[in-house]
Write a protein of this length. Sequence first.
Length: 191
Amino acid sequence: MATHTPVLIDELFGELILPTGEFRWAVVHTKPRCEKKLATYAKQNGISYYLPQFTATRIYQRRKINFANVMFPGYLFVVISLSQRQILTLSGYVVSYIKVIDQNELLHDLINLNRGSAKKEDLKAGLWLSKGLEVEITGGAFKGTKGVVESHDKLSEVHLQVNMLHQSVIIKIDPKHVKVLGEFEIVEQET
């Protein structure tokens, strides 16, 4: 009888801070299903990373099995220098690097995600919103977290967005704990 041991990896190795000196946040596009392998490789080489995860539960033959799934398949967020970039590339798990133009925006998005995933609440993948209402959660487990909702009718579904990847995660929240801050719209510039 086969037993499956879940692959457990630290979600965060290092700190969610704005790096200094030659270090910068970067997004690594990984080979399919290699995010945890690359995170393990990065940790072994002293490279700080953030790999957001959520717990999924499935039932197999009356047994409840919990899985640690990656929130954004194919991506790993790293704090890296040019020399460390070469080290990661040697792992064989890297497809490409995505340059982060706005370090502060990415850091803000990652901090919001970390707050959300640190709580043992249900998270699910959602659609990235280019328009909506910017909100702040004023109570409960996610107090202080900022996100986006589609409209006043859907205040219970707050999207924690990573604008750079055009992806989001939805958290369910009591609408009485949601404060609308203003309109939200991304205007993309052609480069």
